[in-house]
Design a binder for this molecule. Structure first.
Ligand code: LLP
Length: 425
């Protein structure tokens, strides 16, 4: 639950605001973001990785206000598309603090990145190296580039969000020599300035050994590049992926410990080889915005399937949180609008979509007197819920409201029926 959450008169409060008031004022479903929580996590990462750069991974959740918070807290930003870039530019975020990612950036995206002068472009394929070289030439630019390296680490997470084994679409493999070949190709293009290597092993990682193995392998490649080309690359980007606790028995890894260990590994390998220690960058997304967000729903029906469980239908579903359906994600939920001492019942919180896989919380004990009109809160939905939201069944995407010091304000408006019909001929 968000750092500022509590209970008043039996109801959940966040940022000093009663969720019953939020539901009344803005309706449900609703995403609620605890501004103090999110901003304090920005500072936590910045201080754990002091001396390194923290690039927030915008894919986790991005909107203009989030970009303003990042700017105010001195963080940088990682974007994965022209659209994410546009959000950052819309509020004047400094382009030199932006890294451009993506395994298939379009020419238009690359051109925009060159024109505005983003700080780094992370290249992901041989084609992209050639494409970027051509465009840099055409526009008379010399971008700082990094190579996304697939380090061969098997991250212990869901298959869809593990990214460092060879058999997936991202990066250039260390094992097959593709990464070394990418280095040769970039160094042969004077219009590209190779400044470093990048690795992202996956997301929602709680076993931190994978980060260390990847850092060691990436640094070893840095040394090999010096030996082969006489070039000392000044930067390493170690990606994101720091897991958070979604359920009471999960424990989030200690970011400060990881930071210390990564710094030590990189320094040791470099010093041992007589290389200067490179500047480090990390790209946390979920770790910054995940825990401070909750989703608020109103219960519509409570169906007891005799001998099995109780199905609690709420007014949102897989369109505002697809993670359970997509990754088998686990969430924590509670009755947020009142206290209840009724016997807990094994419940499944489901949405209102036309799919039986439309599940938000698979198994959870909720009070047996749950009834239509009750509010349910789902914890840790700040990351990859609004950003992965869809309009399935023509449901409008819910608003995002920020709370702080007893005040609430909309930072992303909820969609209306007009929004849903816009653009239809
Ligand atoms: N850097 C790169 C290059 C990435 O691809 C990602 C995430 C991150 C940083 C941030 O990772 P984080 O710190 O947020 O774990 N939709 C999935 C997660 C997909 C992550 C994609 N890349 C989910 O809901 O679990």
């Amino acid at each position: 639950w968000p750092r500022t959450s509590g209970r008043t008169d039996g109801a959940l409060t966040i940022g000093g605001v009663d969720v019953r008031d939020l539901a009344e004022q803005y309706g449900t479903p609703l995403y609620v973001l605890d501004e103090d929580d999110v901003r304090s996590r920005m500072r936590d990462y910045a201080s754990a990785f002091a001396g390194s750069e923290v690039h927030y991974a915008g894919k986790a959740f991005l909107c203009k206000e989030m970009v303003r918070w990042l700017d105010a807290e001195g963080l940088s930003l990682d974007v994965a598309s022209g659209g994410e870039l546009a959000v950052a530019l819309a509020v004047g975020f400094p382009p030199e603090r932006i890294t451009m990612h993506g395994n298939n950036k379009s020419e238009a995206e690359l051109t925009r990145a060159l024109e505005i002068g983003v700080g780094h472009i992370v290249v992901d394929s041989y084609e992209e190296i050639a494409r970027l070289g051509y465009l840099a030439d055409k526009y008379g630019k010399r971008p700082d580039v990094m190579i996304r390296v697939t380090t061969g680490v098997e991250a212990h997470t869901h298959e869809f969000i593990a990214t460092a084994h060879d058999d997936q679409k991202f990066g250039l493999s260390l094992n097959t020599g593709a990464a070394a070949e990418a280095v040769r190709r970039i160094l042969a293009l004077p219009q590209l300035n190779l400044v470093g290597l990048h690795s992202h092993i996956g997301s929602q990682i709680v076993d931190t050994a994978g980060f260390e193995v990847a850092a060691r392998r990436l640094t070893t490649l840095l040394v090999a590049i010096k030996e082969e080309h006489g070039v000392v690359l000044p930067e390493l980007d170690l990606g994101g992926g720091y897991g958070i606790a979604y359920t009471p028995d999960e424990v989030a890894p200690d970011v400060k410990e990881i930071a210390d260990s990564l710094r030590e590994i990189v320094a040791k390998v470099c010093t041992g080889a007589g290389l200067p220690v490179p500047k480090l960058t990390v790209e946390p997304g979920r770790g910054i915005v995940g825990p401070g967000g909750i989703s608020l729903y109103t219960v519509g029906t409570v169906k007891d399937v005799e001998g099995l469980r109780t199905y609690v239908s709420v007014d949102g579903g897989m369109s505002d949180n697809v993670r359970t359906a997509l990754y088998g994600a686990e969430y924590t939920t509670l009755l947020a609008s009142r206290e209840s001492h009724a016997q807990p019942m094994l419940s499944r919180v489901v949405g209102k979509h036309c799919e039986s896989g439309d599940i938000i919380v698979r198994d959870h004990y909720l009070p047996g007197d749950l009834a239509p009109g009750d509010l349910l809160a789902v914890a840790a939905t700040g990351a990859y819920c609004r950003s992965l939201a869809s309009n399935y069944n023509y449901l409008p995407k819910p608003a995002v409201v920020a709370v702080r010091n007893g005040q609430s304000r909309v930072i992303v408006q909820g969609e209306t029926e007009d929004d849903l019909l816009r653009g239809q001929l």
